[in-house]
Design a protein around this ligand. Structure first.
Ligand SMILES: Cc1cc2nc3c(=O)[nH]c(=O)nc-3n(C[C@H](O)[C@H](O)[C@H](O)COP(=O)(O)O)c2cc1C
Length: 350
């Protein structure tokens, strides 16, 4: 049904307009206690065999929504109610900013891909904090992804991230330093270890100082050279980070300017995961994202060493029940293979 709706209706509208309407629908759902509880009961992962723990946080299932959909922390509960095991909100910047001029979001339907050059449009950390402080009616795991405010120069980047971290770390189940989006000029330079070390160190000090010690992860680009992937992995271990999210969108494509996500990213994202696992083993939590479309992809990422898997573009093409469906299929597959828990699958072929 969703395929038909997508083919006949949704794809005829501007992608960003559909995006905003969808976010509003999920924000509305988040505000309807009875409906969201009913949907949560029907669609959220309930099978105890799907539960995973990572960095002290308990997730009802391994598949979560990647950053970029709920940029303003407006609808995490609605998203959890349709079956995602966690929601990563953001990217949020210290100061509000409009992002790049529209159009800035493009579907590549034949490729099952999306190109975006949104540029961290969001109302800023304080506004997001107000939303995150609202009592949650559902037990949803919310990660908070932070990025650099566009007008802040590279030399002041660390202080800008620290401002966001001070405001948001106490409200996050985990915090992500995003240095990998292609749409903020110079952002990805921050992945160079000599710039990344002081940046991550200062954010970690803030995350460590919250009452629960907020877990800290870094999100990297698929376009890093292999040696740079290794260098970031070594740095994450050196600094005592909790994990790495790999990967963001790629700029290696021939379409509209911006970052490409979805099916064409699958191979490189998996490759980066395998490289990270070979480098760090189980000393860090690896979160794999990029081109995940179905249960086979999730299964493959888990086997390759990811503890958690995220998707965004797969959901756009797969429909609202995408995550719920995949979690149900994962349950069945676990049983078929004789595993008692999803944790027995993680890193099996690494
Ligand atoms: C429209 C759009 C906006 C995104 N915005 C962000 C963002 O603000 N911060 C971020 O870390 N990643 C962002 N991403 C990247 C996703 O989180 C994810 O890393 C990437 O899309 C690869 O996963 P996918 O192939 O499942 O979409 C965005 C992706 C899309 C499609």
């Amino acid at each position: 049904m969703y395929r038909t709706l997508f083919a006949l209706v949704l794809r005829r509208f501007d992608a960003e307009t559909v995006h905003h309407l969808t976010v509003r629908a999920f924000a509305l759902l988040s505000a309807l206690p009875l409906v969201k509880r009913w949907l949560y009961k029907a669609l959220a992962p309930q099978d105890p065999a799907l539960r995973v723990s990572a960095f002290g946080v308990h997730f009802p299932g391994p598949l979560g929504l990647a950053a970029g959909f709920d940029k303003e922390a407006a609808c995490a509960e609605g998203v959890a109610a349709v079956g995602f095991g966690h929601v990563e909100v953001g990217t949020i910047t210290a100061h509000g900013q409009p992002g790049n001029p529209r159009p800035r979001l493009f579907r590549e339907v034949a490729e099952r891909a999306v190109v975006n050059r949104m540029g961290f449009n969001n109302a800023g950390a304080a506004a997001a904090a107000r939303r995150l402080r609202r009592t949650r009616g559902l037990p949803v795991v919310v990660g908070v992804n932070i990025g650099k405010t566009k007008v802040v120069p590279e030399s002041e980047a660390a202080a800008d991230y620290v401002t966001s971290a001070r405001i948001l770390a106490p409200l996050a189940d985990y915090l992500v330093v995003n240095v990998s989006s292609p749409n903020t000029p110079g952002l990805r330079n921050l992945q160079a270890v000599e710039l990344l070390r002081p940046l991550l160190k200062s954010v970690k000090d803030v995350a460590d100082a919250t009452p629960r010690r907020t877990p800290l992860l870094v999100k990297i680009a698929p376009d890093l050279a292999d040696e740079d992937v290794d260098a970031v992995a070594d740095l994450a271990i050196e600094l005592g980070l909790d994990g790495i999210i790999a990967t963001n969108t790629t700029i290696r494509h021939g379409g509209e300017t911006g970052g490409l996500s979805g099916r064409p990213l699958k191979a490189r994202s998996l490759e980066v995961l395998r490289r990270l696992r070979a480098r760090v083993g189980d000393r860090l939590t690896l979160v794999s994202v990029g081109g995940v479309e179905d249960v086979d992809d999730v299964w493959e990422r888990l086997l390759a060493g990811a503890t958690l898997v995220q998707g965004y573009t797969g959901w756009v093409y797969g429909g609202p029940l995408w995550a719920s469906r995949i979690h149900r299929q994962l349950s069945r597959r676990l049983r078929r293979h004789g595993y008692k828990s999803i944790t027995d699958v993680i890193g099996r072929t690494a």
